[in-house]
Design a protein around this ligand. Structure first.
Ligand code: PXG
Length: 461
């Protein structure tokens, strides 16, 4: 699998830990092991500085939807950089790629979305939503209606608002978060919280936690509910049937805006352009990022539904919010080329009709493995839970880091699979073929076998 390497890996590792602070990383720990340095990508594969070819089961970080090495995206960036590398959209100016992208987004998003605000990232998208929604209710004269309800184990970004909306306690512990006006309800995780209920009954129960929270706070205080259609960073938590419909019903009943954070599920991940279409709900706002450029260049933003957009526009007055790079012409040009690729190659339709059902069939076969207690997929997102006792679904103690053992084997075997606790997850590029899915599954199977051997040696099983 290894190709001749032209890189001096020890030197790169040493320089990496000398000056580069990595996100979400124990720097001290990393400096002892050294980072794995990725140098190139093509299709669904990446290569490290030692020349190892690795199947990227995570699309980078849930973003390289059209795969690596797409010349059309490179050409779009080059052409736009040559023509006009930068101009802003402040002070009544605009740039053509941003105009065109807002138009294209109007065409590909659900009909209620006719206005778009651009940012550099998903986190900034959610910061924008927090401010925009609070302004919306202010304009309507409902100055008390400011609280956001989000979910535990959700991920909505790492800025102050993004991390506050996120339901990760280990993020809240640093920096005195969440900020006031953000509360969390339990996530709809069937495996952990269902207590013998059917999936449908659990879906209603989990959505009911939103109603309970609204009643506790008072509907006149609750501005919006935000959720990822399928929780990504939390471990591919797929909501039970009926959950999202019930959430929508409750939001409508109490006049609470519904925000769908589509940073991962947008641009085809579930076999529809957006996750809200997959679940059949009509959000008021959507956050997007990642897949809009397939990660080739940073771009995020907010799809603003007519209800909010019309109020902001008709009321007049500035919305005092924006970034130097809002509507960056190069990022927008790359997004346009990326969306064109998704359309020209019918990639989203192929995921829905072909690749996702194929992944489902193959991934579910892993359920027979002695270490696997649960397998589930939704579009091209999939998760399995490592368990001690298959029949009783007994989990390992967190301190044993069983997921990390499995992840290390995956790495060594040339496949990227993430561990969220003992939940192992994948989200491969949308262009993955059947043959590549077969390879992905057999590499995962091999890694599970090796993990089992390790756990037996450690007397953990
Ligand atoms: N919302 C969702 C649903 C996300 O997944 C963001 C917002 C923030 O986007 P930016 O572009 O600001 O990173 C994300 C990002 C992980 C992981 O561990 C996931 C993300 C980011 C970093 C790590 O799976 N998702």
């Amino acid at each position: 699998m290894s190709e001749q390497s032209i890189f001096d890996t020890p030197n790169l590792k040493q320089r990496d830990s000398a000056h580069y602070l990595h996100p979400f990383t124990d720097t001290k720990d990393l400096s002892t092991t050294g980072a794995r340095i990725i140098t190139r990508g093509q299709g669904v594969y990446i290569w490290d500085s030692d020349g190892n070819k690795i199947l990227d089961g995570m699309s980078g970080l849930w973003c390289v939807n059209v795969g690596y090495g797409r010349q059309q995206l490179v050409d779009a960036a080059t052409q736009q950089m040559t023509e006009l590398p930068y101009y802003n959209s402040f002070f009544n100016t605009s740039v053509i790629p941003a105009i065109e992208l807002a138009e294209v987004m109007t065409a590909i998003t659900p009909p209620q979305f006719n206005h778009f605000f651009f940012t550099n990232s998903g986190s900034e998208g959610n910061d924008t939503i927090l401010r925009m929604v609070r302004r919306y209710w202010d304009i309507k004269g409902q100055h008390q209606k400011k609280t956001f309800i989000a979910r535990k184990n959700a991920y909505h970004g790492s800025t102050v608002a993004g991390a506050s909306l996120s339901g990760m306690t280990y993020m809240h512990e640093q920096g005195d978060l969440p900020i006031p006006g953000i509360v969390h309800i339990e996530q709809p995780y069937y495996f952990e919280h269902s207590q013998g209920l059917s999936p449908e009954a659990f879906g209603l129960k989990a959505a009911g936690w939103l109603e309970e929270k609204i009643l506790e706070l008072g509907a006149d205080k609750v501005a919006a509910f935000i959720g990822e259609p399928v929780q990504g960073a939390g471990g591919v938590i797929i909501p039970p049937p009926g959950y999202w419909q019930e959430i929508e019903r409750i939001c409508n009943k109490y006049d609470v805006l519904l925000v769908s954070d589509e940073v991962i599920t947008g641009f085809g991940r579930l076999g529809k352009w957006f996750g809200c279409e997959y679940f059949g709900i009509k959000p008021d706002l959507m956050t997007f990022a990642k897949g809009i450029t397939s990660g080739y260049i940073p771009l995020g933003g907010v799809a603003v539904g007519d209800r909010v957009a019309n109020m902001l526009i008709e009321s007049g007055g500035d919305f005092n919010h924006g970034f130097t790079y809002s509507g960056h012409p190069v990022a927008c040009a790359v997004a346009l080329a990326n969306i064109k690729l998704l359309q020209d190659e019918s990639i989203v339709e192929r995921v829905g009709d072909d690749t996702a059902p194929y992944l489902h069939k193959s991934f579910m076969e892993l359920a027979d493995h002695p270490l696997v207690g649960l397998t589930e997929t939704c579009g091209l997102m999939a998760g399995l839970v490592l368990v001690k006792d298959k029949n009783k679904h007994n989990l390992f103690d967190a301190e044993h880091g069983v997921g990390m053992i499995c992840r290390s084997h995956c790495f060594a075997n040339g496949v990227i699979m993430r561990a969220v606790g003992d939940r192992m997850i994948i989200a491969p590029p949308l262009v993955i073929t059947h043959e590549e899915i077969d390879q992905l599954i057999s590499l995962i199977e091999l890694s599970l076998d090796q993990t089992l051997v390790d756990l037996k040696k450690l007397n953990l099983i």
